[in-house]
Design a binder for this molecule. Sequence first.
Ligand SMILES: [Fe+2]
Length: 291
Amino acid sequence: MVAGAATVAYAHFYELNHFTVRSEKLPVLPEGAQDFSILHISDMHMIPGQQKKIRFMHSLAELEPDLVINTGDNLSHLQGLPSLLEALDPLLDIPGVFVPGSNCYYAPIMKNPARYLWKQSTADEGIDDARVKLPTEQMHEAFEERGWVGLINRFDVMNFEKLRLEFSGVDDPHIGYDEHPGFSPNAFSTDDTPSVRLGVCHAPYLRTLRRFVDDGAQAIFAGHTHGGQVCLPGGRALVSNCDLPPSRAKGVSLEDDVPVHVSAGLGTSRFAPVRLFCPPEAVLVTLTAGS
Ligand SMILES: [Fe+2]
């Protein structure tokens, strides 16, 4: 009993705010291309007053990434938007792309926190019209005013000095909002400019990953899983909150031969504020030559 209470206290008061930066390398660029660094952030679930999270987010700008990818679930409170924009302020000066998660559309509702350990699908989530809507449009407009590009069921292209990025993004598959746009028809041209095709989504459902692969993605970025959120020692996830095997709930795995990067995210629902053996993270993903 005492040990259980101590574990919950650790998971709530310590690990929840033990923010970390993880690093990954994805060898997906053509031979001779220069490294390209991407800061992958996800699942901030911002609520007012999260000063430690804001300070950590500010420190991420010092990593000087070439690009920020935000894979959604930005809010966990109706009044969370000002704190979110304060936290993201330095990163919004860097080129970025974003896709929404369900927690960019609907405020969380009180449920048994332990249900995270058994819910697996949208049907379990109980999305319905009665849920309170978050200021989604206001948030996306604020992102776009600073130059971030929404990839909500659309493709886009970003040209950098050393690399052309071809994106295909979808709205959140967890609530069935996903409609795949494919990639720009020019994404498969064979001119001399180094380029790479990236799929971006919130929830890494298998149907989503397979469709990105079929469309020609060379790497995929997703969030949503919280890395399992409450894990066994060593970080072994028990659930992924979707049909992705829990062993793939965090880090890099392969869908066919295409690397899929899943972030464990930076927050939790405000009604399930615990993390165990799964600290909140931002991830610096370096794309390197080697495909
Ligand atoms: Fe989330």
